[in-house]
Ligand binder design. Structure first.
Ligand code: FES
Length: 114
């Protein structure tokens, strides 16, 4: 993992080539002191959320992804990983992160300092 750029209140991490995350799946990355789940939808969009489910800390990167809706692998709660909002339950929302593709097809994840 490479430290790419620092600005006033955020850090951009280069997580490597986008192919590290297969289409329609997620992978967990550690950036600084936090873990983040990065997803690539079947259409190729990159999205990122907190790594653990707010219900009972299920590993969200292992969930089933259909469009932007992720199903947690432990108990099936659904989340819109683009907005972070819970879908059909009141368990709470996910923290989302800004993620984009570089000119070299690398995943660039922005993490706000907090
Ligand atoms: S841990 Fe995710 S739904 Fe229970």
């Amino acid at each position: 993992m490479q430290y790419e750029q620092a600005q006033s209140m955020s850090v951009v991490y280069n997580l490597g080539l986008a192919t590290r995350v297969p289409l329609g799946e997620g992978r967990t990355f550690t950036v600084g002191e936090r873990t983040v789940a990065v997803f690539r939808t079947r259409s190729g969009a990159l999205l990122a959320t907190q790594a653990e489910c707010p219900h009972q800390r299920g590993p969200l990167a292992d969930g089933l992804l259909g469009g932007n809706v992720l199903v947690c692998p432990l108990h099936g709660y659904k989340f819109d990983i683009k907005t972070g909002l819970a879908v059909g339950h009141a368990c709470g929302s996910l923290k989302t992160y800004t993620v984009e593709l570089s000119d070299r097809e690398e995943i660039l994840l922005r993490v706000e300092d907090s």
